[in-house]
Design a protein around this ligand. Structure first.
Ligand code: FAD
Length: 613
């Protein structure tokens, strides 16, 4: 340990000091220096080497007879060399793995300190060479394999980890939330005791935002494309039913997603991925415009946060769109981000029976709580509304209003990550057997809608979301109570005075003026689109239909700019922003595909394989 064994060091017989000399001669040091590509043999400390074996080779095929040595090199002794000598040692790193040794031996914090100290003591040294050296400290680790952190265990992070580990990278998967077993208990505590765990909830935790969801696997990126099929087959491999490969509208439901995610985890661990739950990325370690590692804290320790610095060759950022702290952190490093359109609105809930009968008429009786011949009915509506609220056929001049993430036989759930904000979404179980059908009714918003928040630069969309989430919390009156209004009253701009129809939302709803929430033009677009939806689906406007506020996290409000081919961030080397949070996906399947492709691109960049992504 701490020694490197060097083989086949040839010393010409005429230079060798002979059989009685047992030490390390200068000709032997020259042979060592040649192998190490060390320019001045006499600067190598003799005491760092000890001879293990010496034999004589006088075969005819050689130019001249040689003594062949095997030598052990004490790496520590080389580390004690004068700083000036390091300039030469910097050339060794790939050959002898000296830096591998350092990485292997030292704690990561120490390593970073070593680099900084080194920079201090070597002021006369060529800075470029020092930069190369400090990069190499991180690049070559004990295993010699590239060391990659994947941050976030949602679909994008899981698939990126899978691909990278299978190509031979040393992957650490860092997840701020809990493994599904504990996460399930945390979500239960939220539903029953109103305890919101800030790091383990509907958005954060193993499997990402889509684990406690409806598990719809529909995607707009090409159902039959190879990439989508590859994702679907992988899900089947981890326990999804085969029918997702052929279903027009495949879905899993939370009860299937949770064990699937657990099996995915077990597989990743089996191929060597080190998974760190309850570990939050707080900061990046950046040197000379390159990410060299991460600063993480153990969030399970509560207030007594223990920070650690871990070095990596590359960091894949797969944090989803609710990691607003990560966006802020990226801003500190001037990471190039652009405002992105998304959609906001309300979640509407009807009795499932009503939707079944609207869609199926007489056939509705065949649904039988998800056990029948026909599937539980869903719907999907899209309309375009002009800025003045009228029906519009000119798409480019209008906002699109649409139903989104429809959960037949599901329930409305709280997807806040902060107790002073309310936002909702929907989930279901595989049978979709609940009495309710819910869906988001949303309107697209873009940069011009965020003008009032422009002081937040590229994060003005995030502040826009936050504003309406806070308003919703205030309207609900706290304790995670959701403001609600019947569709008929919302259309008439009046408070629902009679008792509200029942809601699947477990933490309670409060009759509120939802038209007070958003700016008028958004409220009007929502009202107008509801009327249009009713024309398409007569009966959609019903006194039994209840609107819940607010649905704001339909997709990321920002895009982190990356290179199309390499997936590397354009403004920060070594960072790979992927998935929904980075603005490159919008749903479970597209996030998984983005994770898969980013894994291929990164594996190619690291020369783990030579193929075409
Ligand atoms: P995410 O799934 O959001 O994963 C990001 C992960 O990163 C999280 O686990 C988070 O804890 C972790 N993380 C964040 N910050 C840090 C940090 N600083 N350090 C460490 N870890 C961090 N999509 C569908 O296609 N079908 C559906 O039926 C569906 N239903 C949904 C229902 C609900 C309730 C919700 C919330 C979402 C639903 N979605 C659905 C959307 C879908 O979940 C997302 O599009 C998808 O999960 C995005 O995947 P991702 O990997 O990009 O990010």
């Amino acid at each position: 340990e701490g020694f490197w064994r060097l083989y086949r060091l040839n010393v010409p017989a005429h230079k060798d000091p002979g059989k009685d000399f047992l030490g390390v001669s200068l000709p032997l040091l020259e042979a060592v220096a040649k192998v190490l590509k060390f320019p001045v043999a006499s600067m190598l400390p003799q005491e760092a080497f000890s001879i293990v074996r010496k034999s004589f080779d006088a075969r005819k095929l050689l130019k001249e007879p040689v003594f062949v040595y095997t030598v052990d090199m004490d790496v520590k002794q080389l580390l004690n060399l004068e700083p000036r000598t390091w300039d030469f040692i910097a050339r060794l790193e790939q050959k002898i793995g000296l830096l591998e040794y350092m990485l292997h031996k030292k704690e990561s914090d120490d390593l970073i300190r070593v680099i900084h100290d080194f920079r201090g003591t070597c002021s006369a040294m060529d800075k470029d060479r020092l930069d190369i050296l400090s990069n190499e400290f991180y690049r070559f680790q004990s295993s010699g394999r590239p060391k990659i952190a994947v941050v976030g265990s949602g679909p994008s992070g899981l698939f990126a980890s899978l691909v990278l580990a299978e190509f031979g990278a040393e992957v650490t998967l860092i997840e701020r939330g809990q493994a599904v077993e504990q996460r399930g208990r945390d979500i239960g505590a939220l539903a029953v005791r109103r305890i919101l765990q800030l790091e383990s909830n509907f958005c954060f935790g193993e499997g990402g935002a889509g684990t406690w969801s409806d598990g719809k696997l529909v995607t707009r990126i090409g159902r039959n494309s190879d990439s989508v099929q590859a994702v679907m087959k992988t899900l089947v491999h981890f326990g999804a039913p085969q029918n997702i490969l052929i279903d027009g509208k495949p879905h899993l439901g939370t009860d299937r997603l949770v064990p699937l995610v657990r099996r995915f985890r077990q597989h990743l661990q089996g191929i060597g991925v080190d998974i760190k739950f309850a570990t939050r990325l707080d900061d990046l370690i950046v040197e000379n415009g390159r990410v060299m590692g991460v600063k993480v804290s153990d969030v399970w320790l509560g207030s007594d946060l223990k920070s650690q610095i871990w070095p990596y060759d590359a960091v894949v950022l797969a944090v989803g769109h609710s990691a607003r702290d990560v966006y802020q952190m990226l801003l500190r490093y001037n990471v190039d981000m652009t405002i992105k359109d998304f959609a906001v609105g309300l979640r509407i809930e009807h009795p499932q029976e009503l939707i079944n009968s609207l869609q199926y008429s007489a056939l509705a009786s065949e649904v039988c709580d998800g056990r029948g011949r026909v599937p539980v009915a869903d719907y999907k509506v899209v309309k375009y509304v002009s800025e003045d609220g009228a029906n519009s056929s000119q798409r480019e001049l209008s906002r699109s209003c649409y139903s989104f993430c429809m959960c037949p036989g599901g329930q409305v759930v709280l997807t806040s990550t902060n107790p002073s904000e309310i936002c909702v979404n929907g989930m279901s179980f595989s049978r979709r057997a609940s009495r309710w059908a819910n869906a988001a009714l949303v309107v697209t918003v873009s940069a011009k809608d965020f003008d009032a928040f422009s002081c937040h630069g590229p994060l003005s969309g995030v502040e826009f979301q936050r504003e309406y989430e806070r308003k919703a919390a205030a309207l609900g009156g706290g304790n995670f109570i959701v403001p609600a209004q019947t569709v008929t009253d919302f259309l008439e701009n009046k408070l629902s005075v009679t008792s509200l129809p029942p809601s699947s939302y477990r933490l309670g709803v409060k009759a509120s003026d939802l038209h007070e929430l958003f700016p008028d033009h958004i409220t009007q677009a929502l009202q107008h689109s509801i009327c249009m939806f009713d024309r398409e689906l007569p009966g959609f406007i019903s006194k039994d239909a209840l609107l819940h506020g607010v649905e704001t996290r339909t997709s990321a409000p920002v895009q982190v700019t990356r290179h199309a081919e390499t997936y590397e961030c354009v403004s920060l080397k070594g960072l790979y922003p992927i998935g929904e949070g980075a603005g490159y996906a919008g749903g479970i399947v597209s996030a998984a595909v983005d994770g898969m492709y980013s894994g291929f691109a990164l594996a190619k960049g690291l020369s783990l394989f030579q193929g075409d992504t």
